[in-house]
Write a protein that binds this ligand. Sequence first.
Ligand code: KG4
Ligand code: ZN
Length: 346
Amino acid sequence: MSAAMVVLGLETSCDETAAALVDAERRVLGETILSQLEEHRPYGGVVPEIAARSHLDHLDRLIERTMRESKLGFGDLAGIAATGGPGLIGGVMVGVMMAKAISAVRNLPFIAVNHLEGHALSARLSHGVAFPYLLLLVSGGHCQLLLVEDVGGYRRLGTTIDDAAGEAFDKAAKLLGLGYPGGPALERAASAGDPSRIPLPRPMLGRPGCDFSFSGLKTALRHRLAKPAPGEMADLAASFQAAVVDCLADRTSNAIAMAKTIAPVTALVVAGGVAANASLRQRLDRVAAAGGLDLVAPPLKLCTDNAAMIAWAGLERLQRGLVDGLDFAPRPRWPLDPSAKPGARA
Ligand code: KG4
Ligand code: ZN
């Protein structure tokens, strides 16, 4: 395949409408993203129907702008990729139908990308990380530790048995009255607080394995809030953040040990919106170093939902001849690891 191979990627699985062009030299040639944050803010969370309609309203314009800004035409593309799931199904359908339409009209290969595979391979776009590596994926919808062995080769070492890490931050921020989205607001509040002041549980800490649980921590916070003391908001935020970071670090440390018995991993990669959290990044740096690994954190705009990671995953699949038919059906649930339990969240 030509080194200049270019793929257009579309992302519409949650509350960002995004289009991006990447090439096989790991360059992002164009990128447009529209956040629906303001449309969902009054409801304190993402409303699926509003999200789907908004993707429909904006996606064609975003694609046009991305193509124009990169000065490329559809004739320059080697393929078109779209998130095929998991995610809010109305939005996923909008992106998939758009990609299929362009593919049919332009006679281009269509690639349905698993959104989680987009996150999993993003460090190969930003840093060229070689397989195999360990991935901690922490976002609003996902909390998983994966051994990434190849494109399409994922082994899930651990997952959450209840809430995702970002979801835990969002729910805690709501309890603390900090607004939506909660993660960044909670981190800001925590910066002025004492993380050791309020004792909160660390679910699963010290247990074997790599699974996560956050709902007990959230419940403990709710109980603690039933008897608030004046002026302790920052301490509560800091104590909650410290508990989540402790849990993530402990599980990741176990996963490093487990991954090393399976494959010669060289890096710990962190991805997903929660990877924006500075105290988590600092802690993971230490966890990786203690396990003899480098920590690789893609730049923030590649960690949160974006289309460049979808285009890149599509390109990696296309290079291996892994393309999809126009009969592909969008998948609200789509675990990356085929051995994952049925009914698993993603
Ligand atoms: O990856 P993402 O943009 O969207 C998906 O969920 O797929 O992640 C968003 C999540 C939200 O739950 C948000 O609260 C959390 O990432 N988040 C953070 C921070 N920034 C975003 N959590 C903790 N600290 C942050 N600084
Ligand atoms: Zn995501």
